[in-house]
Design a protein around this ligand. Structure first.
Ligand SMILES: [Zn+2]
Length: 157
């Protein structure tokens, strides 16, 4: 088994979260894609929550590891998050899909995400960079700020 270890630049607070995401990936139900994914998300309370992808033969019913982790956290009372790890032993580092980005944005617009792939390869993302114009209803401050930024950049539509 290949075990991803925190790299020389990885802060220690990420190590436990990576370990939790790796453990969650072992519980993935991925008979169709063979892509096992685990996620671990850290709440502001200090607790962390795991999720794994759960596929279904009716593919549209599949739930990604990230959403599974968020839904579990919310069910247990956590609604504010600081860090997310996505782990897969089956591919390179994966970015969260569009649906997961939107679900994460419901609870946190400033979230750091570390994705760990095969052989420990890593990528780091910020949710705000991955989803700069998240849907928000009722339209709130973020939607207005994004609009103002576009106008300030000289948009002419
Ligand atoms: Zn997803």
């Amino acid at each position: 088994m290949t075990r991803a270890k925190p790299g020389p630049k990885m802060e220690p607070e990420w190590a436990a979260l990576i370990s939790a995401a790796r453990a969650a990936s072992r519980r993935a139900h991925a008979p169709y894609s063979q892509l096992r994914v685990g996620a671990a998300i850290a709440g502001r309370s200090g607790r962390s929550f795991r999720g794994c992808n759960v596929e279904n033969s009716s593919f549209g019913l599949t739930v990604c590891a990230e959403r599974a982790a968020v839904f579990r956290a919310v069910a247990e009372g956590e609604r504010s998050f600081t860090r997310l790890v996505i782990y897969t032993p089956d591919a390179g580092p994966l970015a969260p899909c569009g649906a997961c980005r939107q679900v994460l944005a419901e609870f946190c617009c400033d979230l750091t995400i570390v994705s760990v792939g095969r052989d420990g390869a890593r990528r780091r993302y910020r949710l705000a960079d991955l989803l700069p114009y998240a849907f928000s209803w009722p339209a709130g401050e973020d939607a207005g700020a994004a609009e103002a930024k576009t106008q300030g950049a000289g948009a002419t539509d």
